[in-house]
Design a protein around this ligand. Structure first.
Ligand code: DC
Length: 226
C-alpha cells in the first residue's frame, strides 16, 4: 500500500490518532461543522455520505439496477478505489475517476438510500472507513460513525434540525433533495439505521448559525479532553 501523502496529525496529549464522529439527518449541518472542526484541529475530513453517493454514481453509469442488491454488490466488488487527499479532505475515486459534483445530482439522490441499506455495501464501507485512520486523526461525518464505524471514540456529535430548516439549507446550496423520504429510509433500514449513538452530544441546529454550532461543538470537545 502506498504511504498516504499527509503528515500524522495527532492531537496534543493524544499519542494515537483520534476521530471526531458527526452523525445526523440530511441537511442538519454535518458537513459545515465537519469542515470547520477539521480545519481547527488540522485533521482530515471524510464525508462518508459521499462514499455511498460515489458507489451509487458508479452503479448508475454502469447501468446496475440500484434496487438489485446482487447487481450493486457486483459493481462494488469490481470497482477499483483510491482515496486521495485534497486540501484536508479524503475523497473516493473509482476506476481512476473523480465523480465530482455528479454525486450531488438528482439521480444519485433518488437511489443512494437504496444502496445504503444493503448489508454487504455497509460492511464494505465500514471497513474502508476504518482503514482511513492510516491518514491520522479524522473528522468523519455520516449516519453510523459514532454508533458503528468508530463507536469507541469519545468525541461524538449528533446533529438534527427541523425539516423546514434543512430543506431551506439544501436549496440555498443549490440542491433539491427529497430529504423527508431519505430520512425515513435512513432511520428505518434494518442494518445500521441512523440512531443517536450512546455518548453522543446532541445538537438541534435549526436556529443556529454555523459559527454558533461550531462554538458549541468546540466547547464540548474541550470538556471531553480534546
Ligand atoms: O450525507 P448524505 O446526504 O450525502 O448521505 C447520502 C446517503 O448515504 C444518505 O441517504 C444515507 C447514506 N449514508 C449512510 O447510510 N451511512 C453513512 N455513514 C453516510 C451516508
Amino acid at each position: 500500500m502506498k504511504p498516504p501523502n499527509v503528515t500524522k496529525n495527532n492531537a496534543p496529549g493524544h499519542p494515537r490518532p483520534v476521530v471526531i464522529a458527526i452523525d445526523g439527518t440530511s441537511g442538519s449541518g454535518k458537513s459545515t461543522l465537519a469542515r470547520r472542526l477539521a480545519k481547527q484541529f488540522g485533521f482530515n475530513h471524510v464525508d462518508t455520505g459521499a462514499m455511498y453517493r460515489t458507489l451509487t454514481w458508479q452503479c448508475l453509469r454502469h447501468n446496475a439496477d440500484c434496487n438489485d442488491p446482487a447487481a450493486v454488490i457486483r459493481t462494488m466488488r469490481e470497482m477499483k478505489t483510491e482515496f486521495p487527499v485534497f486540501d484536508g479532505r479524503i475523497r473516493m475515486f473509482v476506476d481512476e475517476a473523480n465523480p465530482g459534483e455528479a454525486i450531488r445530482g438528482e439521480a444519485v439522490n433518488q437511489s443512494v438510500s437504496l444502496i445504503a441499506r444493503i448489508p454487504e455495501v455497509r460492511a464494505w464501507m465500514v471497513a474502508r472507513q476504518r482503514e482511513l485512520i492510516r491518514f491520522g486523526s479524522l473528522v468523519m461525518e455520516g449516519r453510523d460513525i459514532g454508533s458503528v464505524v468508530f463507536a469507541e471514540t469519545p468525541f461524538k456529535f449528533y446533529l438534527d434540525a427541523h425539516l423546514d430548516a434543512r430543506v431551506e439549507r439544501r436549496s440555498r446550496d443549490g440542491y433539491s433533495d427529497q430529504l423527508k423520504q431519505r430520512d425515513i429510509l435512513d432511520t428505518t433500514r434494518r442494518v445500521s439505521p441512523l440512531v443517536v449513538s450512546s455518548g453522543a452530544y446532541v445538537m438541534d441546529t435549526s436556529a443556529n448559525t454555523p459559527d454558533q454550532t461550531a462554538a458549541l461543538a468546540l466547547e464540548e470537545l474541550k470538556r471531553r479532553g480534546l
